[in-house]
Design a protein around this ligand. Sequence first.
Ligand code: HEC
Ligand code: HEC
Length: 200
Amino acid sequence: MKQIIMLLVIGFLSAVSTQSQAKRLDPSAGKDAFETCRGCHSTHNYSNVAPVYYVPKIGGQRKGYVASALTAYKHENRARTSMLPNAYNLTEQMTAAIAQYVEESAGSKSKASYREGDAKKGEKLAESCLGCHTKDLDDGMTAPILAGQHGNYLVKVMKDYQSGVRKDPVMKSMVGAFSEDDLKDIAAYFANMKGLSIVK
Ligand code: HEC
Ligand code: HEC
């Protein structure tokens, strides 16, 4: 009888400890899970092929946005790119751990070299964007940081909002009326600011 009680107690204790392990966010879990992402997101100017644009910088990006972007790829609410196989089997908990790691693992803030577009013209066009797209993590905003992002990536995704490939009604209305030249000017303005980096 004593033995049975002991077994029950041990069983109960181990069940409790697995449960609390599942709830706690292990800081190294995000880092370990990120190893498969480094080839693209920890490599300077790593380029996507067809269409050609630089893989976005995400080092220092807001964790809430990183998590929602990963969830959008998983549910195919964004373009089918190499991100689909990288996101489809992430659990909610792993997504949160990765997002935390990405936000905290910024390299030094850098500009992106982007030679198309006119940053001065872009500054005027982007006035209405700055209310949401601020660049400091501690200002409590939720929209992604654009400062320092690769210009050709910014143009590509603004076109995705225009065409509805990326589904976001606010962003569709914000960029809907711009021409391709306007998009390049806006991209030059944000790319030319120090901000995001590759993940350290
Ligand atoms: C083969 C290269 C490749 C690998 C590996 C990869 N990514 Fe990506 N990632 C991309 C590309 C390309 C995009 C832009 C896709 C698009 O057009 O929306 C992207 C976009 C993202 C975004 C959205 C960025 C933004 O500004 O909206 C996040 C977050 C992200 N990746 C995280 C990850 C994580 C986490 C992993 C590993 C689990 C990973 N990626 C693995 C190529 C890659
Ligand atoms: C009301 C707030 C708001 C305003 C104003 C706004 N945005 Fe956004 N923007 C967002 C949010 C939220 C997202 C994330 C949407 C998603 O999950 O795809 C976003 C996403 C983006 C992205 C994709 C970033 C990435 O890393 O993939 C770009 C580029 C962008 N916005 C450009 C602009 C530009 C240019 C303007 C001004 C003309 C603008 N936004 C105005 C809220 C805003």
